[in-house]
Design a binder for this molecule. Structure first.
Ligand code: TXA
Ligand code: MG
Length: 322
């Protein structure tokens, strides 16, 4: 018998794609085939939906995600392409190339897809099901590979079910992913192209268009989200606050925030960890902008709380410590 804890698995026919698009627009998770591997997708403009990806994958850290879009024109709503990026985009999109680009100002994407970085990874997939889903939903789709964290990337709908059953609302079955290998990820350092992850498009093919690729020299690019404190706020940040000074800004969690702070932002007044994850980077950025010392209330170390605390601990590490 089907139970609420099982994921629906459907052939990716037009009716199923329409339903998947509706689910995405409603903030739900959908797994779908791409030419590289299957993706675990959510509306990239909806922070709560994106937080759901991390919860489903049980990822203990917030790694930045790839945002899938319908075409090159849509990329330009969210990111800025330099000349080399433009040439690569023309040569390889739609296809297995991911470009890490500066986010456009006033960008509608959730900050969680970038894990708080100033950049966003974007890709125009060529798989017809992915393409039809992007067209039908009308939203950019954030999607890591559709497997539990630490597992092997899923290349069939059955792999997705084995890894994520019950964690995703619908799995679209479009057969085996033809390439079976993740996309090649290219970033830029000082305008020059950098190979961030090898993948389905060979280095030689990329170099034909972009010229010689270098390897990342900055740790932050090699392992985004891994560095102890690569974008700690300018002002000191302390954790597990139970009271607050008049000189501090309070990053609160739950209904019982101590009073007396200069100002208060609440990650989730109802103790909803998904809401807290969705708000985390945007709130850290706006607090950072005012430059005052930050007190953060305790966040439970469970579910998404683990990744939230990982990020907050890094933010609390003084820059000199690395
Ligand atoms: O083929 C693929 O790329 C698949 C399909 C579903 O598109 N997706 C995939 O996503 O492999 P994921 O999350 O498993 O890997 C994304 C890679 C990671 O290595 C991540 O660190 C890097 O892209 N990445 C994403 N955003 C980044 C950013 N802003 N800066 C640097 N690296 C980034
Ligand atoms: Mg992966």
């Amino acid at each position: 018998m089907e139970t609420a804890t099982k994921s629906q698995l459907r052939q990716a026919d037009p009716a199923a794609i329409t339903e998947a698009a509706q689910l995405l627009r409603a903030g739900r998770l959908v797994a779908f085939p791409t030419e590289t591997v299957y993706g675990l997708g959510a509306d990239a403009t909806n922070g709560r939906a994106v937080a759901g990806i991390f919860a489903a994958k049980r990822r203990p850290k917030f790694n930045p995600l790839i945002v899938h879009v319908f075409d090159r024109a849509q990329v330009k709503e969210y990111a800025v392409l330099n000349d080399t990026a433009e040439r690569l985009a023309r040569a390889f999109w739609p296809g297995a190339l991911t470009l890490v680009l500066p986010r456009k100002g006033e960008c509608a994407l959730s900050e969680l897809v970038s894990a708080g970085l100033e950049t966003v990874a974007v890709r125009v997939p060529s798989h017809p099901v992915a393409s039809q889903l992007l067209a039908a939903s009308g939203v950019p789709i954030a999607a890591p590979s559709a497997n539990e964290s630490g597992g092997i990337s899923a290349t069939t709908a059955e792999h997705v079910r084995q890894s994520l059953d019950g964690k995703v609302d619908l799995i679209l079955d479009g057969g085996a992913s033809p390439l079976g290998l993740e996309s090649t990820v290219i970033g830029f350092q000082g305008g020059a192209p950098v190979l961030l992850r090898t993948g389905a498009i060979s280095r030689d093919d990329i170099e034909t268009i972009a010229g010689p690729l270098s390897l990342p020299t900055s740790l932050a690019l090699q392992a985004p989200g891994q560095l102890a404190s690569h974008y700690a706020p300018r002002a000191p940040l302390r954790l597990n606050a139970t009271s607050v000074a008049a000189s501090e800004v309070l990053l609160a969690f739950g209904p019982d925030a101590p009073s007396g702070a200069r100002s208060v932002l609440n990650l989730s007044p109802t103790c909803d960890l998904r809401e807290a994850a969705a708000n985390l980077f945007a709130m850290l950025h706006s607090i950072d902008a005012c430059g005052l010392p930050i007190a953060v209330m305790r966040i439970p170390e469970q579910g998404l709380g683990e990744a939230i605390n990982d990020r907050l601990r890094r933010a609390a590490t003084p820059r000199e410590a690395i």
